[in-house]
Design a binder for this molecule. Structure first.
Ligand SMILES: Cc1cc2nc3c(=O)[nH]c(=O)nc-3n(C[C@H](O)[C@H](O)[C@H](O)COP(=O)(O)OP(=O)(O)OC[C@H]3O[C@@H](n4cnc5c(N)ncnc54)[C@H](O)[C@@H]3O)c2cc1C
Length: 290
């Protein structure tokens, strides 16, 4: 299908883009990689009157480690993140960025677009939730920082305002003794997740679990933090029995629907299994970085 008619602008400055969004509130949409928005426009499921392309705005794709954070600019593509030297020390983010779609999608799609779009089966939100990441939303009056756990509100619905631009994702800098992993089940290579589980484990003194973060995608109206699984892990010594208990807890919080990817019970069983696999890998990686 052909999209409905729309206007197109390519401002060179972030401030100009924000001004346009304010003036055209409700009727303009940001264009980043276009790999989610343009298909929707072609199906006429989205019909913005104006596209505000971020392409010419510089400084929105940096990947920087500070004393406290790892900051990833909204325009960083999945591929750029995957190939970045710093990200090689963040195995969860490395796993996620390498498993999205196919090479073409990874060349164009951006982390900011993915997070703002909030597809219930998208991969980045699971990682952001597991990692307790923070999302920087910039408006004409300044910047606000939203916790990932307050950001994903519902299917394709987030806490960002239509007059704001997502500029950056902030992850906590990886401490020694912490590891992460993302495991995804897809029908065919390149598909969205039937289910996906992101895990972060930080080992405390004596080898018990000091922090556990679990984010789940594909099996609910919106990606979610599996807080029951996190509670089952906290303070425990890592073992397959503990991981299985966490997997059951994550499956219990899932609300999958039956579709061509499988029935409800199958999807819940997959969440349990993917949780165990992600946890095993996260602990291995935590031990290797102690
Ligand atoms: C064939 C195919 C396979 C795919 N497979 C996967 C997959 O396996 N896993 C996965 O997670 N994703 C997958 N995707 C989605 C892909 O990762 C998209 O690139 C991503 O979801 C959106 O990023 P984008 O930069 O293309 O955003 P766009 O399509 O440009 O924008 C998406 C939405 O976010 C808004 N937006 C974009 N940037 C900003 C910003 N900075 N601030 C505020 N709002 C913004 C736009 O207005 C729009 O509403 C797939 C897509 C395709 C076409």
């Amino acid at each position: 299908m052909i999209p409905a008619p729309f206007d197109y602008v390519r401002p060179g400055e972030l401030e100009d883009a924000l001004k346009i969004l304010s003036e055209r509130e409700g009727d303009a949409k940001i264009l980043s990689g276009g790999y989610s928005l343009l298909p929707l426009m072609k199906l006429r499921l989205a019909q913005p009157a104006l596209l505000v392309d971020l392409r010419d705005i510089t400084g929105l794709d940096a990947i920087v480690e500070t004393d406290d954070d790892l900051r990833i600019g909204a325009k960083a593509t999945h591929r750029r993140i995957h190939e970045n030297e710093t990200i090689a020390r963040y195995p969860l983010l490395h796993d996620v960025s390498g498993g999205i779609g196919d090479p073409q999608v990874r060349n164009w799609g951006t982390i900011g677009g993915s997070v703002a779009h909030a597809d219930p089966a998208s991969d980045w939100p699971a990682a952001l939730l597991a990692a307790n990441a923070r999302i920087v939303c910039r408006g004409q009056n300044g910047e606000r920082i939203v916790e990932a756990r307050d950001f994903f509100l519902d299917t394709f619905t987030t806490a960002i305002e239509p007059t704001e631009i997502l500029t950056e994702i902030r992850f906590w800098r990886r401490p020694r003794g912490q590891g992460g992993a993302y495991t995804k089940l897809e029908r065919r290579v390149g598909d969205f997740a039937t289910a996906g589980v992101a895990a972060i484990i930080r080992l405390g003194d004596g080898g018990s679990i000091g922090f556990a973060g679990i984010g789940v995608t594909g099996v609910s109206d919106s990606p979610f933090a599996a807080t029951d699984a996190e509670a089952a892990l906290a303070g425990q010594r890592p073992s397959d029995d503990v991981f299985r208990a966490a997997g059951e807890a994550a499956a219990g919080m899932s609300r999958p629907v039956s579709d061509i990817r499988g029935p409800v019970d199958y999807k819940r069983a997959m969440v349990a299994e993917l949780t165990v696999r992600s946890l095993r890998k996260a602990v291995e990686r935590a031990l290797a970085y102690s």
